[in-house]
Write a protein that binds this ligand. Structure first.
Ligand SMILES: [Cu+2]
Length: 267
């Protein structure tokens, strides 16, 4: 039988080991779809690309991502998939020691209007959460002055429908969206918010600043201000009704509706 002291000692060691292995905020994953331009006004910008990644956007770490199940664009009421044409991309974010696998899609905008780029990833196994993660992610690109289509539904399992036009936002603007699950507003859903901290230039005063948190109201509507110019990601998180078997055991699936928007300063 072990003495209480040795038990306490081994518990302390286990706790310290656990704390050192899990970096603060390691739970805040974000699917990412970041376009080369979010507003297209010139013909030379119409041929754009989207980088598709899975990362901790503030802390500058990325995870290896399998090829998405689906990636495409919805514009003028038509959906075009470019999953098969996705190219692997070796991506290293500022805190990464080695690159991880991301994906890039190319698309040439031919007609004016809003273009919703979307992707559905393969379920990602996260041992720290004992759960799979699936982030249905989208971003909206406006083209050639026609501002129609940004509030359309792609029809993903879970999806943020913007109430605020999701482009040409100033830093300081307020942003609102509805969280949908299975096409219906999901009340009181938790929404995690992170800044895409490119190059690691921004510092968080303390751990909880890394990921901002708001909850949707009874109608599934969430509200957040954008305090700084740059890309901001919103991840509205729910638990899927399905489970996925891992080593014969059913594991929960965290589903996220992720939307990326860009704020700019006055010039
Ligand atoms: Cu991670």
């Amino acid at each position: 039988m072990r003495s209480v002291t040795s038990l306490r000692k081994s518990l302390t060691i286990a706790l310290l080991a656990a704390l050192s292995l899990i970096p603060a905020g390691s739970y805040a994953h974000f699917g990412m779809v970041i376009p080369s331009h979010d507003i297209v006004e010139k013909q030379e910008d119409a041929s754009l690309f989207v980088n598709i990644m899975f990362a901790h956007p503030f802390e500058g770490q990325s995870m290896n991502m399998e090829k998405p199940v689906r990636a495409g664009v919805l514009s003028n009421g038509k959906k075009i998939l470019f999953t098969d044409e996705l190219k692997p991309l070796d991506l290293r974010m500022y805190a990464d020691t080695k690159p991880s696998r991301a994906w890039r899609g190319h698309y040439t905008i031919a007609r004016p209007g809003d273009h919703i780029f979307f992707m559905e990833p393969k379920p990602y196994w996260e041992p720290a959460e004992d759960s799979y993660i699936v982030h249905y992610t989208k971003v909206i690109v406006n083209a050639f002055g026609k501002e129609i289509g940004w509030d359309e539904e792609v029809g993903m399992k879970t999806e943020i429908i913007p109430l605020t036009r999701p482009y040409a936002l100033y830093a300081g603007n307020v942003f609102q969206g509805v969280v949908n699950v299975d096409g219906k507003p999901a009340p009181f859903t938790e929404v995690e918010i992170e800044y895409f901290n490119r190059g690691g230039k921004s510092k968080a005063p303390a751990g909880p600043f890394v990921t901002q948190v708001v909850k949707a109201d009874a109608n599934g509507v969430f509200t957040c201000a954008l305090p700084k110019a740059g890309w901001w990601g919103f991840a509205a998180l729910s638990t899927d009704s399905r489970t996925i078997l891992r080593d014969g055991k059913p594991k929960p699936v965290e589903i996220g509706a992720v939307l990326w928007i860009k704020a700019e300063d006055f010039r």
